[in-house]
Ligand binder design. Structure first.
Ligand SMILES: *[C@@H]1O[C@H](CO)[C@@H](O)[C@H](O)[C@H]1NC(C)=O
Ligand SMILES: *[C@@H]1O[C@H](CO)[C@@H](O)[C@H](O)[C@H]1NC(C)=O
Ligand SMILES: [Zn+2]
Length: 526
């Protein structure tokens, strides 16, 4: 009875043009001066709730016709065996398959597709590292960028280097090089874009060799490798500005100012060697351009720019939803950085390699903030869409993947087009509701489970409707962990058909190199 009453009320309100979901989901710090630019949580809700279920779904012909169309579309594909002039690798950090399925709800419903889900070829990538079943973002970046699996926590080195082994890191025969270098060795340009620190694990795979992902500046490196041991080693920020690969990158955009400055140049700087790496970058060449705000980035004239370094925050960039809610925001979106990077790289006659990371999907999942993780996924989708629109499928291969999954799960039997952040349709055996979105572990355990009373709290009591609300975890951990199942790979452009099947993650850069005729392996030009 109760359910039916509720349904009638909801239907009635919908007919009146009201929207229950909108009323419930008031995000905090909402800007009030905009009429058309709605907060995305609002906008997404409006889109979804105003989208009626398609009545044709009740007819079998609808499904039969849709399948026919799908087969015809598949049959129409012509294998694109052009040489790829440009290659772009998008990485959704921590973007597992459950994240993709849940994110479609934000686009309007389960039948919607993220931009890269429209790509013609998909595969599955196995993400384990040499030493662990479930990997981190460091060893996986060595895998999908340098083409070699390695140990947890290490970047740009082979598995002879254990995490934290200063001596093994110093031995250059252990260094492995990225697709970025392979491309530059053949005369192409290379660049990277990230919403995290440019010295964070994923982007570092483009240019760095380090036994520990934490060694982003000299202070942490010298503490871990004291004395002479550390003197021959470079921290990740120094490797970006002066390293063999980093010093040639044409575009570097993201966050992480703190590892580039000693405090005398930037009060939050963490370097203890008195250096100002940004000034060193600017001094290297007249054409080098440094920007630190969204405004300055948007005003960069691509044809007048030699190399472009953009550092837009102390550490990672803020979540997209935080940026929107902050009137003072002067950080670019992932889409804006991607656009500028492609504009600058497109000035290169011989083409380019670009790495773009949506890095905060992972970070919000670690905090069990599912609403943010899904929004960051949509942000990545927007950047991919723009990149596909700015380039031609004839000469530009775009690959979208993830480094690893999370313990994030989408469950319950909610009615179609439901608010995915609200409760599941049925109740638990304890008589309390449960949420369709949850995690196998994480800090939120204590907010959802009353350990002393040996029972769950009502999860609806934890719902704030704000964008940073947390979702339940089954085991108490300070930080929710990664997940070990395969992640998707989505490809469009020259040789995209290579990316089908189930394969090791480290095959990805080799297949991209094949398409672009770079690297030491077999290529499409042989
Ligand atoms: C460097 O590493 C290689 C391969 O792991 C090893 O054979 C060699 O002895 C090492 N060199 C030094 C100086 O440790
Ligand atoms: C960028 O610079 C070039 C070369 O100086 C100039 O021709 C062009 O008009 C500039 N574009 C914009 C949008 O200012
Ligand atoms: Zn992570």
């Amino acid at each position: 009875m109760k359910m039916v009453n509720k349904l009638v009320i909801v239907l009635g309100l919908c007919l009146l043009g009201l929207n229950l979901v909108n009323l419930a989901a008031v995000p905090k710090r909402l800007r009030i001066n905009e009429e058309e630019e709605m907060h995305p949580v609002f906008a997404q809700k409006t889109m979804r709730s105003s989208m009626r279920l398609n009545p044709e779904e009740a007819e079998q012909d609808y499904w039969l016709e849709a399948s026919k169309k799908h087969i015809l579309e598949k049959l129409s594909y012509v294998r694109n065996t052009n040489k790829a002039k440009n290659i772009i690798l998008f990485l959704g950090d921590g973007m597992g398959l459950a994240t993709l399925a849940a994110a479609r709800n934000l686009l309007g419903g389960e039948e919607m597709k993220l931009s890269f889900e429209e790509f013609p070829y998909t595969g599955l990538s196995k993400t384990y590292s040499v030493d662990k079943i479930v990997p981190d973002s460091a060893c996986t970046s060595t895998s999908y960028l340098c083409g070699v699996k390695a140990n947890y926590g290490t970047i740009g080195v082979n598995a002879h280097v254990k995490r934290g082994d200063c001596l093994a890191m110093a031995n250059e025969t252990n260094h492995v090089y990225s697709l970025g270098k392979w491309a530059m060795d053949k005369g192409k340009a290379a660049g990277l874009v990230t919403t995290t620190r440019v010295t964070h694990a994923s982007p570092s795979g483009v240019y760095a060799h380090t036994a520990d992902r934490e060694w982003e500046n000299n202070a942490v490196l010298e503490e871990a490798c004291p004395g002479e041991l550390g003197e021959n080693l470079n921290d990740i920020a120094v490797q970006l500005i002066h390293g063999e690969v980093g010093s040639k990158l044409k575009v570097m955009l993201g966050g992480g100012k703190r590892s580039f400055y000693a405090p005398e140049f930037y009060d939050k700087g963490r370097r203890t060697d008195g250096r100002n790496l940004v000034e060193e970058f600017e001094a290297l060449d007249e054409g080098n351009v440094f920007v630190k705000t969204q405004k300055k980035l948007l005003n960069v004239n691509a044809t007048e720019t030699g190399r472009l370094l953009g550092l837009f925050s102390k550490s990672h960039l803020h979540y997209h939803l935080e940026q929107l809610a902050d009137e003072e925001n002067n950080e670019p979106t992932l889409e804006e950085m991607t656009q500028k990077a492609i504009e600058v790289l497109q000035t290169e006659e011989q083409g380019y390699f670009l790495f773009v990371e949506g890095g905060k999907i992972d970070i919000s999942h670690h905090d069990t903030m599912a609403r943010i993780a899904l929004d960051e996924t949509v942000e990545l989708s927007k950047a991919v869409k723009l990149a596909r629109a700015m380039t031609s499928v004839e000469d530009t291969l775009i690959v979208v993947t993830s480094d690893h999954s999370h313990t994030f799960s989408l469950s319950g039997y909610q009615p179609r087009h439901s608010d995915i952040f609200s409760e599941a349709e049925s109740k638990g055996t304890d008589g309390k509701p449960y949420l369709p979105l949850s995690y196998a572990n994480g800090l939120s355990f204590d907010s959802f489970y009353n350990t002393e009373g040996h029972q769950r709290y009502d999860p609806l009591a934890q719902r704030t409707g704000e964008f940073d609300e947390i979702f339940p975890a089954m085991a108490p951990l300070l930080s929710e962990t990664h997940g070990g199942e395969d992640v998707g790979v989505f490809a469009s452009g020259p040789w995209a058909h290579l990316f089908t099947g189930v394969y090791e993650q480290n095959s990805i850069p080799h297949m991209m190199a094949y398409a672009a005729c770079v690297g030491d392996g077999q290529t499409a030009c042989d």
